[in-house]
Write a protein that binds this ligand. Structure first.
Ligand code: BDR
Ligand code: CA
Length: 312
């Protein structure tokens, strides 16, 4: 079978970085491009971080594009308190040598979806949905050409992380999220409900370090850095490794389970802005628009991740 074509839309972020490494290490996937968006840190850092990670994976030929530097209608909210000043705080990182592509990420997404056969390109958003929504608004013809969108964002049982009611990626650009969730494209959502079941225990982090490779060491050191925030906040043994769940789902969907439900995005209330209102219990007659994942085989997930990072 030929590898599945994907575009990773991302705001690295240590967990984004691990997701990119997982994708680049996996022969089942053909990463057509990595498109950066503002999110965890501003765009000039996320595009730079994306290049650093591609080089770390030994794939400096990967196409990296810079996209939108602000949400559709709001001021950018960032998360240095979690990811550090650079977004990839933790280990010492070299300056990237590979260059950024000239084209805008949104143009790349539109052109790729128009050029590739319809139904053969999967979008993997790991940050705010600004690039994807902008592409859909500018070129509505591409929506039906998308094979699937598998994204990290939202929450139902976990409710929120950046506010009591909202998960970070959706909160940063709720208007973009609304556009994407209402687009009619097939969508799989990895909410906090599932990522909080994929926790980095000490043994799991040491397994990365014990690989004895540069990527293994980086993953362990990134994890050491960002997990301090969640451990303190939740009193948990480790931190959720959010974004790699998206790529793991493409590789081994049987590790995950969820429900096909309706999810709407709150875009106006000050109190609950960015909330993903998921009809998990089917109490409305609103049409199902996403597969909302609720559970993961965490040992299987970390086994896959470690085995793939070992290949780099
Ligand atoms: C999401 O927000 C970011 O901080 C992480 O990279 C992840 O994509 C989790 O809420
Ligand atoms: Ca992210």
């Amino acid at each position: 079978m030929s590898p599945r074509k994907i575009i990773i839309d991302t705001d690295p972020g240590q967990d984004d970085a691990v997701a990119i490494l997982l994708a680049l290490a996996s022969p089942e996937l053909d990463v057509l491009g990595v498109t950066a968006v503002a999110g965890n840190v501003p765009l000039h850092l996320t595009e730079r971080n994306a290049r650093i990670v591609c080089e770390l994976a030994g794939k400096p030929d990967t196409l990296v594009f810079a996209g939108c530097d602000t949400p559709l209608r709001r001021k950018l909210v960032t998360a240095e308190h979690v990811h550090g000043k650079t977004g990839l705080d933790g280990p010492q990182l070299p300056d990237p040598k590979m260059t950024l592509q000239d084209a805008h990420a949104v143009d790349f997404i539109i052109e790729t979806l128009r050029e590739e056969p319809s139904g053969t390109v999967t979008l993997c958003p790991l940050g705010p949905l600004t690039n994807i929504a902008t592409a859909f608004q500018r070129a509505p013809d591409i929506v039906e050409r998308v094979q699937e969108i598998v994204l990290m964002g939202g929450a139902y049982f976990q409710v929120g992380n950046i506010t009591p009611a909202a998960e970070f990626n959706i909160y940063v650009d709720p208007d973009a999220a609304e556009t994407v969730f209402k687009s009619g494209a097939p969508i799989v959502v990895m909410p906090l409900d599932v990522t909080h079941k994929a926790l980095t225990t000490r043994a799991r982090v040491e397994a990365f370090r014990d690989l004895g490779t540069e990527p293994g060491r980086m993953v362990a050191e990134w994890t050491d850095f960002f997990e301090r925030f969640d451990k303190e906040k939740y009193g948990s043994e480790g931190a959720p490794l959010h974004d790699p769940c998206v790529i793991a789902y493409l590789l081994q969907p049987e590790l995950f389970s969820g429900r096909h439900v309706n999810v709407e995005i709150e875009t106006s209330s000050d109190l609950t802005l960015g909330m993903t209102v998921a009809d998990w219990w089917g109490v409305t007659d609103r049409k199902a628009n996403v597969t909302f994942i609720g559970d993961v085989d965490a040992d299987g997930f970390f086994g896959l991740l470690t085995e793939r990072i070992a290949r780099l």
